[in-house]
Design a binder for this molecule. Structure first.
Ligand code: PLP
Length: 364
């Protein structure tokens, strides 16, 4: 069976060596030695001024909303994982859905301004598939209307734009270190930012609002990363560059086989962007190809190959939102969601695997 992804793990002995000292200190969580070490290493790798680690990316996103004191409406996109939209609604805010651009599937910056009202407090764009949003234009709009910007950079670990780490844009960026992501700490996440005040505030928000043993100043939550997760992160960061290079190799094999095929749209590389090759999405045009996305998905599944309808359905059509939103207002996102598949992609995938997958897609 070929799954859509495979989690990266260090050699078993290496992880055991890394966690051995935990048996000496008996310090399992609450910003221990491993946590602090990973924090420093990630600040350096991501080339960001300040980082704060969390138990997962979703909690980090909710806590980013808290530290920025957002209110009212947040402009975002529906072509994303449930987490982005849920973070907004779970914090009592209203998501306002902006369509995506049809070349890189990130927020369509030409449509943002028309969605701004006197209730808008922020923009929450997503660097989908590791594709970089138009950060320059989003910066201009946010300054003009005095809005905060939180980037969902869950897919964009290690991506750089003109040599600058992707975590340096907007007020805060969120990274996910979930098992399925390019870099994982089993579960985990981080916020990156430049404002020094956020570091102390986030420390309290992720630790129950505790300021000192006898002083709890507000109702914070629990967002702390434990030492076993941090140790996994410390091991995995050692091989991240090799890992991304292997992904690049797989992506190039896919491109060789699938580019130029009528009815298939592949992701274009972005100018000045160094990619992390996190996903390989293909958009299938049923009219040109004579087959629908769902037929391709089923044909692969029959051969035990799992591709993923990522992202489908759009978050603005989820049952939990009871028809509150209308996906016809985001027609590009709707078009892509109905036709996209992300193909299997992980460092150990072989040329043979890629050939088999492509042959099934091409009906050879
Ligand atoms: C994975 C992901 C998240 C959530 O991260 P977790 O670490 O799983 O909580 C948020 N947004 C996007 C786009 C993601 O892919």
């Amino acid at each position: 069976m070929i799954n859509v992804t495979k989690s990266s793990l260090p050699p078993f002995e290496e992880y055991i060596d890394e966690i051995r000292s935990i048996w000496e200190t008996k310090w399992l969580t609450n910003m221990g030695e491993k946590h602090d070490k990973l924090e420093k290493e990630l600040e350096a790798y991501l080339e960001v001024p300040i980082i704060s680690l969390f138990n997962n990316g979703h909690v980090a996103l909710e806590m980013a909303i808290e530290v920025l004191n957002l209110t009212g409406e947040v402009i975002t996109t529906p072509f994303t994982f449930a987490s982005t939209t849920h973070a907004i609604t779970r914090k009592g805010l209203t998501p306002v859905f902006c369509d995506i651009s049809d070349d890189d599937y990130t927020i369509d910056v030409d449509r943002i301004e028309s969605l701004i009202t006197d209730k808008t407090s922020a923009i929450m764009p997503v660097h989908v598939y590791g594709n970089v949003c138009n950060v320059k234009e989003i910066d201009r709009i946010s300054k003009k209307y005095n809005l905060k910007v939180i980037y969902d950079a869950a897919h964009a670990f290690g991506v750089t734009v003109n040599g600058q780490g992707i975590g340096n844009f907007g007020d805060i960026s969120m990274f996910s270190f979930h098992a399925t992501k390019v870099f994982n700490s089993i579960e985990g996440g981080a916020l990156t930012f430049a404002n020094e005040n956020y570091k102390a505030q986030l420390y309290q928000i992720k630790n129950f609002g505790i300021v000192s043993p006898e002083s709890v100043v507000f109702a914070g939550g629990n967002g702390k990363m434990n030492e076993f997760s941090a140790a996994m992160g410390i091991c995995n960061i050692r091989r991240i560059n090799e890992n991304i290079a292997s992904r690049k190799w797989v992506v190039e094999l896919y491109r060789e086989r699938l580019s130029g095929v009528k009815g298939l749209t592949l992701l274009q590389s972005q100018k000045g962007v160094s990619s992390n090759y996190s996903y390989f999405p293909v958009v299938f045009n049923e009219k040109e190809l004579g087959k629908t996305r769902d037929q391709i998905h089923a044909a692969l599944a029959k051969e035990n190959i799992i591709a993923r309808k990522y992202f489908y359905p759009l978050t603005n059509t989820f049952e939990c939102y009871n028809g509150r939103f209308n996906s016809n207002e985001t027609p590009v996102a709707k078009y892509i969601a109905e036709r996209v598949l992300t193909l299997p992609l992980y460092p150990e995938l072989t040329q043979q695997d890629v050939d088999r997958i492509c042959s099934i897609i091409l009906g050879e």
